[in-house]
Ligand binder design. Structure first.
Ligand SMILES: *[C@@H]1O[C@H](CO)[C@@H](O)[C@H](O)[C@H]1NC(C)=O
Ligand SMILES: *[C@@H]1O[C@H](CO)[C@@H](O)[C@H](O)[C@H]1NC(C)=O
Length: 572
């Protein structure tokens, strides 16, 4: 499993802690939602169907010819021609609110009401993030993290947030923010999902007039995490590409969704675009555009009727500019997070491999960012394996759905072994870790190992003095119950118990003579309480998540974080 190699076999990286098991209920939901969102609703309007034209000497069996051939024969819908040249400026941008069917152009001018006052010289990288008045918390989290222009070493970077007017908040709200941060473009249009396209026109127009040296633009949502180092590396790799280009999560043939009053069609429905599919485009969550494409887009945006889906509109404009083959896919744009393992967005070394990841709350950016800055460079070292710091950044209340109960110190709990348990079927050899069936009794793990003379009594019953953790993780091995000297009898040791009455296990010395991990019960993780493996420095790695109807600890290797617990017990 890929994740096994995430944790160093030799050294512990402190503080330590990774969630063992993270349920993906929300992921399932997302998948469902996604599949619904993308379901095509193909209602071809007669008048808008692309026309296939064949000549005499071409093959007449449409099935026999390649899709490229068919594609080359498609006569696309006509774009309306603009009436007169449109001159935009630093303060004025254009949006065409015309239609394709019939082809009518209807261009309106909109104003940029607020914009940065001080633009550094020779800005070559402009980053535009679609935001809205109410999202100041998101903007602030970005400003505290990847939104710092100087992070983009070797570039003259400029961040701007793209905002439109809101009925609920006065536009003057941005004045103080602009005064303080000088990073807002504010246009006099209604800020809404279906008006996101306005922001493209505003962004490109402003960029061209204010950053004439621009070489690259990044555009994305205000709930993504940009990995500045990934972005710079990406640009570096593509800097030799001399033609216009746009990169991201490519949607090559996205079907248009029919407009509908409810459901998917309510948000993603489009009754303006005349074809049943959109031209190739990249997802709007985060994309990279080079200089030639910025200029080509800017030329076409103002004369092309807008459609309600802003990223698809970029594809429409690219095609209009003759650039539909210049839309490129790259795996480093995680616009859907790390489906189906969304929690990986909190794994520094996973994020280090990306350009962007969607999506983060301001709190999770605040949590992840310092760790990211501290460790992302270590990820280049193959020996280095990032282990999630404690506490975990994942704000999802995963543990609420998955309570991990404290060990029951009386009853059929795995942690108890003793005389009242029937150990038949267990091996008595310490080197023989046979499977015990059925999975019950003192060592109710699948690997119920029983050993001789290892049972120690304590107040709550009988504890295994040793447990074995089977795993490919470095914490695999044998752990011994922690003892301390008995104050009432200096010749005796007794079981150590913490203030909550819980016992601890200490890893037996490894071949190198190290003891790295201990096992302790506690509430160390946002995922809930449970048994944790700890480094001496602290941190927590939740690994024992009990299933509902079992007295057993985790019975599976779970995504590489898990371990199988065996409880060696004595024969009586
Ligand atoms: C888009 O903005 C324009 C200009 O402000 C406005 O007239 C229109 O109602 C807005 N559309 C939506 C869907 O918000
Ligand atoms: C012990 O357990 C085994 C299998 O679980 C069972 O067959 C046997 O009868 C048990 N012995 C006693 C004394 O309960």
């Amino acid at each position: 499993m890929a994740l096994h190699k995430r944790i160093s076999g030799r050294r512990s990286h402190s503080p330590l802690g990774s969630p063992l098991l993270i349920a993906s209920l929300t992921t399932n939901f997302l998948l469902l939602y996604y599949s619904i969102a993308l379901r095509s609703e193909l209602f071809l309007l007669k008048s808008t169907k692309p026309i296939l034209q064949w000549s005499e000497n071409e093959p007449c069996d449409a099935k026999a010819v390649s899709s490229e051939f068919i594609q080359s024969k498609v006569k696309y819908h006509k774009y309306p021609e603009p009436k007169s040249p449109l001159v935009d400026s630093s303060e004025k941008f254009f949006v065409d609110v015309g239609t394709y069917d019939p082809p009518v152009t209807k261009t309106h001018a909109y104003s940029i009401l607020y914009s940065p006052r001080n633009i550094p010289e020779k800005v070559d990288l402009v980053l535009g993030l679609k935001s809205s008045l109410k999202n100041k918390d998101r903007r602030d989290a970005i400003r505290r993290s990847y939104g710092v222009n100087s992070l983009y070493k070797g570039f003259n970077a400029k961040f701007v947030f793209l905002i439109g007017a809101s009925a609920d908040e006065p536009s003057s709200l941005v004045e103080d923010e602009l005064e303080e941060h000088d990073d807002i473009l504010f246009g006099d249009f209604v800020d809404s999902f279906h008006n996101l396209t306005f922001k493209d026109s505003m962004f490109f127009t402003w960029t061209i007039h204010n950053c004439p040296d621009v070489k690259w633009a990044f555009k994305g949502d205000d709930d993504v995490l940009v990995n500045p180092f990934g972005l710079m590396a990406f640009i570096e790799e593509n800097s030799d590409y001399e033609e216009a280009g746009i990169w991201g999560n490519k949607l090559p043939q996205q079907p248009k969704v029919k407009k509908d009053k409810s459901g998917v069609g309510k948000k993603y429905g489009d009754d303006i675009w005349p074809e049943d599919k959109y031209p190739p485009y990249v997802s709007g969550g985060g994309l990279v555009i080079n200089r030639k494409a910025i200029f080509a887009l800017q030329e076409n945006i103002k004369i092309t009727p807008i459609i309600p889906i802003d990223d698809a509109f970029i594809g429409v404009c690219m095609r209009r500019a003759g650039l539909q083959d210049h839309v490129f896919a790259d795996k480093r744009f995680h616009v859907w997070g790390f489906r189906p393992r969304d929690e990986l967005k909190f794994d520094v070394c996973k994020v280090a491999e990306t350009v962007i990841v969607h999506k983060y709350t301001p709190e999770s950016i605040d949590c992840l960012w310092p760790k990211f800055l501290k460790h992302y460079e270590d990820c280049k070292n193959e020996e280095y394996k990032y282990v999630e710091d404690f506490p975990l950044c994942n704000p999802k209340d995963w543990h609420k759905n998955h309570p991990v109960l404290p060990p029951i110190l009386a009853g059929p709990d795995y942690h108890h072994c003793g005389p009242k348990w029937n150990n038949s079927g267990c091996s008595t050899s310490e080197s023989d870790w046979t499977i015990r069936k059925p999975h019950n009794g003192p060592c109710c793990s699948p690997n119920g190992y029983c050993a001789k003379n290892l049972v120690i009594n304590h107040d709550h019953g009988v504890c295994c003095s040793k447990i074995m953790l089977e795993s490919s993780m470095p914490y695999a091995g044998i752990f011994s119950l922690r003892m301390e000297s008995d104050t009432s009898d200096p010749n005796k040791n007794k079981v150590f118990r913490d203030s909550s009455g819980n016992v601890e296990y200490i890893q037996e010395k490894t071949k190198e003579g190290q003891r790295i991990f201990t096992i302790k019960y506690g509430s160390y993780s946002v995922y809930g309480t449970g048994w944790y493996i700890l480094t001496p420095e602290g941190g927590g790695l939740a690994w024992n998540v009990k299933s509902e109807n079992s007295h057993c600890p985790v019975l599976d290797e779970l995504e590489g974080y898990g371990g199988i617990l065996s409880c060696p017990v004595a024969q009586h």
